[in-house]
Design a protein around this ligand. Structure first.
Ligand SMILES: *Cc1c(COP(=O)(O)O)cnc(C)c1O
Length: 394
């Protein structure tokens, strides 16, 4: 597929990133090689000087990696993408490329745990300050911005509380001040949320989750909207390392082919499960972007084309009841991570967000009894039965 831009997302999922190759392979082959031969010394020198395009060394460029990068850039509608060894490597690449000592960041308080920790314990050592705010509250963002603010980093829906932030409204606040906006789009994927069309400058993905979708890869991606900014990102990635490898690129690219139909099934299954939970007598509250009870339901309706597969809820019996549930469910697996074909259940306060200080967790409404579900693509009635196996024991 030569120019991807005009095709639907369905077609782009299947074809984007796959270019003609020497042998006519229908799928981009795995170039499992660390290095590439030069034709002669002058050729090598020309490649290093950038006078000629070609492959030198896999940390810098690799055809299988590029195919996956092109696919994700095409799906997001960005100029270029940079494949990273994990979602956190992608976040690190973004921060390392954009920030200088003395800069200030505004970050969603309900955010993937290690993102918060990276900013507050690593980047803080290099003189970069971060304000963690409720980014669903535009006034809170305006109040947090100062003349050093360089970046607003939002995760929406946020992990694990599913708080939603208005990407367009935030971009409108940031633009006139010259502040860049990055969106962690992991929970929605390019199928359900289109941050560039809403004014964002950069998109982060943990491809470990929905993009790969099969629970067998750890990988990440930075997508850059503007072509001019790309060379700087590439240079930084070359020097900090942390690139994705050819085999994982192949697996993610393979996973992307079914992304659209998987997201449709995640939406449907999660909607039914969220409704089931909301009507269950042992459940205190449910947070799901598709439920009218969600405090930012309207924002979700405006900027997302589906609710996604993530649900958070709290049982009336709090953490003790949650433990009984998690230890007795069937079909569901007790594991962190998300976005795969298999349904997972976990407890953020003791698992994914245990590293966050308790007061920061409480401020972000990550209560001790909160249970998080990643709804897979199994039979939804069997998923509900599987939850009932645990709920009945409470
Ligand atoms: C998992 C996740 C990350 C980090 O990705 P890794 O691939 O585990 O490094 C970042 N953001 C969100 C929203 C995630 O769910």
């Amino acid at each position: 597929m030569k120019s991807n831009k005009n095709y639907s997302l369905d077609t782009r999922c299947v074809h984007s990133g796959i270019e003609d190759n020497e042998v006519g392979a229908v799928v981009t082959p795995i170039y499992q090689t660390s290095t590439f031969k030069f034709k002669d010394v002058d050729h090598g020198a020309r490649l290093f000087k950038g006078e000629e395009q070609g492959y030198i060394y896999t940390r810098m460029r690799n055809p299988t990696v590029e195919a996956c990068e092109m696919a994700v850039a095409s799906l997001e509608g960005g100029a270029k993408a940079l494949g990273c060894g994990s979602g956190m490597a992608a976040t690190n690449l973004l921060l390392a490329t954009l920030l200088n000592a003395g800069d200030h960041v505004v970050c969603s308080e309900s955010v993937y745990g290690p993102t918060s920790t990276l900013l507050s314990t690593v980047y803080s050592r290099f003189g970069i300050k971060t304000s963690f705010v409720d980014t669903s509250d535009l006034e809170a963002i305006k109040n947090a911005i100062n003349d050093k603010t360089k970046l607003i980093f939002i995760e929406t829906p946020g992990n694990p509380t599913l708080v939603m932030s208005d990407i367009q409204a935030i971009a409108d606040i940031a633009k006139p001040k010259g502040i860049k906006v990055a969106v962690d789009n992991t929970f929605m994927s390019p199928i359900l949320q289109r941050p560039f069309e809403l004014g964002a400058d950069y998109i982060i993905h943990s491809m470990t989750k929905f993009l790969n979708g099969h629970g067998d890869v750890v990988a990440g991606m930075v997508v850059v909207k503007n072509e001019e900014e790309y060379p700087t990102f590439r240079k930084v990635l070359n020097h900090i390392g942390g690139v994705i490898d050819p085999f994982n690129s192949f697996l993610v690219h393979r996973g992307i082919k079914t992304l659209k139909i998987r997201m449709e099934r995640h939406n449907e299954n999660a909607m039914k499960i969220a409704e089931f939970l909301e009507n269950h007598p042992k459940v205190d509250w449910v947070r799901f972007p598709g439920l009218k009870s969600h405090p930012q339901y309207e924002i979700g309706q405006k900027q997302m084309s589906g609710p996604g597969g993530m649900i958070s809820f709290e049982l009336k019996g709090g953490l003790d009841a949650g433990k009984i549930l998690m230890n007795n469910v069937e079909v569901w697996q007790l594991a962190v991570s998300l976005g795969g074909v298999e349904s997972l259940i976990q407890h953020p306060a003791s698992m994914t967000h245990a590293i966050m200080p308790k007061e920061q967790r409480e401020k972000a409404q990550i209560t001790d009894g909160l249970v998080r579900l990643s709804v897979g693509i199994e039979d939804v009635d069997e998923l509900i039965e599987g939850l009932n196996a645990g709920l009945d024991k409470i």
